[in-house]
Design a protein around this ligand. Sequence first.
Ligand code: DX5
Ligand code: ZN
Length: 225
Amino acid sequence: MKQDVRISPSILAADFLHLGDELESIQNADCIHYDVMDGDFVPNISFGPGILRTVKKGTDLPVDVHMMVSNPDEVFEDYLDAGADILTFHFETAKHPHRIIDQIHRHGAKAGIAVNPGTSMESLDAILDYLDLVLVMSVDPGFSGQKFIDGTYRQLEHLTRICNNHGVSPVIEVDGGVSVANAEFLVARGARLLVAGSSVFGAPDHAAAVEAIREAGLKGLGKKA
Ligand code: DX5
Ligand code: ZN
């Protein structure tokens, strides 16, 4: 992944009747965001490892799997076996995060942790050093098309501070309500991987929407928050 600001369209907002065409339409993106929802940790059910295998056949891009499940310790290996390139689980759910991270790495994938808008970034203190990526939720997870929560900017500032204290620089991903309206400000606060669901698949030209969000984000590079 070569870009300074990377875009990961969330296929939760895609037209499932034409999933192959939808994947084709975003070949200029940097990865595919795959939202796993179990109807327990979040009030919605999406798709599991079987559809992930199908998605992997329909794209050459890396797939960024976001597990919104209550029991990641029990199911994460199914997503590695199905081809997840980046595997992210929620801080709020994992019983043994170090063990999960270790297994993801042994499998050759990147390990990420997701943090809800209501969870303090300081909670990551004990595991930050082991992560490739931190996913900052900018909505309460469960649905595409929700309103961006402004408190995300504070979360990003806290995360940058604790990363500096630790001397680490995981990829910072932001997910929920991301659009051309906020991409610049998210990147200015450290985000480098932007998830976009409805702002890409709700647009008439998906590839153009990806580029527009990337362009907006690039304006935030090198700017002080
Ligand atoms: C929300 C999901 C998001 C969602 C993003 O729970 O984790 O990835 O699909 O969709 P938008 O960009 O429409 O908020
Ligand atoms: Zn997501």
